[in-house]
Write a protein that binds this ligand. Structure first.
Ligand code: ATP
Ligand code: MG
Length: 430
């Protein structure tokens, strides 16, 4: 008969004759055998050994085999060890009771060598297969967890790739445009001061002419009427002034574009967060002002007294852009269906002395509870095809949590609206 060597068996019996026979059979068959003479001793022994099978006599002084079996099955560390009862042929009710208590089988006394070996081997084979199966399940679960982890990492890498691709192409474009506009605008802006001065001088000379030559030749007189000289004299300074205001505005936009892209500053830098928010608002100004297709959106700023913070400026500005853009879209949509003053409120404050909180809130429709979990997922969007990619918040989340060790969360309010809360440390380098 094939035995399963190296498996260990605990014999619990108080009859020396039985013990001797069993020990001899099992020892000879190659098992590691231990013997105890009572239920109490068995339980004590089980606290420091883990046999692969227990052969348990029913009738013993002290706690009997049933009670011992109950204790074995109630204990987390021993409950899976198969128990085989040893009962006399006549004790049918013992066999039933033993099986009900969790025993796997019974051996009939007087003991038959072949029967003992056959049953013991069958149960050890079962037990070994069970252990192997459990191991396989646990291995599989581990592999599954690992796979899931790899998948998540892969997704993160994908987001990062798209993010850096988006950032570098957008940043390059913005920086390029800003650079190209910068020079011509400076020509205009720089020369406007001289143009203003020259025109003032020319007008003064004209005034002298009018004073000392009050009656010009008819040809000059008709030309003065034709060009409406009086109007030109009055309007020219105003015209120059509005050109100056326009040129100043272009200069401001160029500065904002440069702050926004920060292409030349790819490493960590100390920056003024308010400058970043303001430059983003400046870039989005055409969408905040009212026109035929957009309502006017009110922006309320409640800026705290913040120190400069260390961060990747271009990326942080990208986050402001994504969040404010989402708010503008939500407000534009809401305005189509109800009358209200669309408002974006931006608050900043220093918290816990080593981090800052930036909150960007709108009084739009808010985000339904069941979607709140999904909005940071890559490619999740509720916008029509072609309008949103669903990457804005996924990218923002990664920038804040991974690149800046901060947190980004969406807070719902019972009164409606959406609030995004960004928390970032003042310093990144420790
Ligand atoms: N302020 C907000 N109000 C209402 N819903 C919002 C707001 N901000 C985000 N959402 C919801 O979260 C979704 C995901 O936003 P996310 O910025 O990631 O992608 P998107 O705006 O749809 O597309 P993308 O930004 O890539 O163009 C949006 O489609 C919208 O449903
Ligand atoms: Mg978006």
């Amino acid at each position: 008969m094939q035995t399963i060597p190296k498996n260990s068996i605990l014999i619990v019996d108080d009859t020396p004759n039985n013990i001797r026979i069993l020990f001899d059979i099992l020892h000879e068959a190659g098992f590691k055998v231990s013997v105890v003479k009572s239920g109490e001793m068995a339980l004590e022994k089980l606290s420091f050994i883990q046999p692969d099978l227990i052969l348990l006599d029913v009738m013993m002084p002290g706690i009997d085999g049933f009670e011992t079996c109950r204790c074995v099955k109630a204990n987390e560390t021993t409950k899976d060890i198969p128990v085989v009862f040893m009962t006399a042929l006549s004790e049918v009710e013992h066999k039933v009771k033993g099986l009900q208590l969790g025993a796997v089988d019974y051996i009939t006394k007087p003991i038959q060598v072949e029967e003992v070996l056959a049953r013991v081997n069958a149960h050890l084979a079962l037990r070994n297969t069970q252990i192997q199966l459990l191991q396989e399940i646990s291995d599989r679960k581990q592999a599954e967890t690992q796979l899931q982890q790899t998948l998540t990492e892969l997704q993160h890498t994908q987001v990062q790739l798209i993010q850096s691709e988006k950032m570098s192409s957008l940043g390059q474009l913005v920086a390029g445009v800003a650079h190209e506009i910068n020079n011509p605008v400076n020509f205009i802006y720089g020369n406007l001061i001289h143009v203003k001065q020259y025109i003032e001088n020319l007008l003064r000379v004209l005034q002298y002419y009018q004073k000392y030559y009050p009656t010009p030749e008819p040809e000059v007189k008709s030309e003065i009427i034709a060009i409406e000289l009086d109007y030109i004299i009055e309007d020219l300074p105003k015209l120059i002034n509005s050109m100056k205001i326009g040129a100043e505005r272009i200069r401001e936009i160029v500065v904002s574009l440069r702050i926004f892209s920060r292409l030349d500053e790819s490493e960590m830098k100390y920056i003024d967060v308010h400058e970043g928010i303001d430059s983003t608002l400046m870039i989005l100004e055409h969408r905040l002002k009212s026109n035929s297709s957009n309502p006017c959106i009110q922006v309320i700023k409640k800026y705290g007294n913040l120190p400069q913070i260390e961060c990747y400026a271009g990326q942080i500005n990208q986050v402001f852009m994504n969040i404010i853009n989402n708010s503008i879209y939500a407000l534009e949509e809401a305005k189509k269906y109800r009358e209200f003053t669309p408002t974006i409120t931006i608050c900043t404050e220093i918290i816990a002395s080593d981090r800052i909180k930036i909150s960007i809130a709108d009084n739009g429709p808010g985000i339904p509870k069941d979607l709140e979990q999904k909005i940071f997922d890559p490619f999740f969007t509720t916008k029509p095809i072609g309008v949103g990619t669903g990457m804005g918040l996924a990218i923002s989340y990664q920038i804040i949590t991974q690149k800046h060790r901060g947190s980004l969360r969406c807070i719902s309010h019972s009164i409606g609206g959406t609030e995004f809360e960004i928390i970032i440390p003042l310093k990144q380098t420790l």
